[in-house]
Design a protein around this ligand. Sequence first.
Ligand code: ZN
Length: 307
Amino acid sequence: MPARDLGVTDAHSHLYIGPVDGGPIGAPILTDTEAVARELTIYRGLGGGAIVDCQPSAECGRDGRVLRDLSARTGVHVVAATGFHRRIYYPPDATLFTLPAEHAAARFMEEIRFGLVETRDTDQPVFPGLIKIAAEATLEESPRALFEAAAAVANATGYAIEMHTERGAGVEDFLAFFAGQSVSPRRLIFCHVDKRPDFGLHKELARAGVILEYDTFYRPKYRPQETVWPLVRAMAGAGLASQLALATDMAEPALWSEMGGGPGLSGIFTVIKAGLEALGLVDETIAALLGGNIAGRLTLEQMPDPA
Ligand SMILES: [Zn+2]
């Protein structure tokens, strides 16, 4: 479907995270699909259109079959991802992190061409809508071959790269890395940068063309009233609202109202949209922050090779 028709879109969340054999103790697990389906129905009823699911590989808990089923049952569009998460979220024997760049790129490319690996044997393979990758705190500590692979696939297909950051650490270096790989900043989304609320830095990244993803609205430990909300106000005031994508990153069951926590998927409206209205932003800007901007990145800048 055309990305512009996605409507209100959470730019980074999680609808399903399966347990990983040999994965880290305390890694988030999200398997109550009935509760997720109930909340998706509520989200749809409030005007929710889509959610970007950021679990990037089957080995770290993604299940495209579950995502497809949730979408079909609730009418909410789900954008799935290929790519790679942080090494700690994989089993110790995961092969992805041992591959040279060309082989890793081939794996990502196969998911784009033939469907997510866990859905390929089904009637309806699920195709990813973006490349989700994970940075460590520094470029040096990050898996260089996988970064090169993601860059090559983005260049070959026009797919956007949405990158986890460790609280915004090292983003200047990662931007330079992608420039060196000929990836346009306009193909990049940097996640969790509101955990590093440096307005000067945010302005610089935004002016370069990067989309900044903010998602601490429900997390008191990051003091949203003192950090993310003033950032949104300042960025909008600087004319850079087009470079922000707002999200909830609901990997933890405690954020879901149907799992006994909150604020749940309706928080996009009751917390985030309400907060944007309280800032006095016009409807057009709110629509961009809550979907239009990320949708623009999900549109391919260049059609994939049909071969
Ligand atoms: Zn996430």
